[in-house]
Design a protein around this ligand. Structure first.
Ligand SMILES: [Zn+2]
Ligand SMILES: [Zn+2]
Length: 143
């Protein structure tokens, strides 16, 4: 696990991201929206609201739902982040970083929406969409 800051960048390098992982592992989201956005599962490094960017003028934010924005580089098209707008917490595509500090996949979410054409071999905590939404409601979020 690593609490060290990570710095990553998009394909063209116009946008760089500096963040500190909020969890000691990576998370994969299998939901339909993430798959459409990423081409397959979204493998994410979870961050918090302490994030800094350079090249912010190249970041386009797309409001993908009532509680989330997804960012991409307008120059090269690389997807960058998912932002949960009620808290301002970010997660980033693991592929932006040269090195994720030794973290591996530890959690998979929306496993009920996972298609059968791929699967990961890591031993993970697996949660369905309804389980995740119930947890968020318990934490006080309304959807
Ligand atoms: Zn770019
Ligand atoms: Zn998702």
């Amino acid at each position: 696990m690593s609490k060290a800051e990570l710095t990553g960048h998009c394909l063209c390098g116009k946008v760089t991201v500096t963040m500190t992982p909020a969890k000691p592992h990576l998370e994969a989201c299998h939901c339909e929206m993430c798959r459409r956005w990423c081409g397959s599962a979204y493998i994410a490094v979870q961050g918090d609201d302490q994030v800094s960017f350079t090249g912010e003028e190249f970041i386009t934010r797309y409001t993908s739902s009532g509680w989330a924005e997804r960012g991409f580089c307008s120059q090269c098209g690389s997807n960058l982040f998912y932002c949960f707008t009620p808290t301002g917490a970010y997660s980033f595509l693991a592929g932006l970083f040269d090195d994720v500090g030794g973290m591996t996949l530890g959690e998979e979410i929306f496993v009920d929406e996972q298609p059968d054409y791929y699967g990961f071999t890591q031993k993970t905590v697996r949660k369905t969409g309804p389980e995740l939404i119930a947890e968020a409601k318990e934490a006080g979020f309304e959807f």
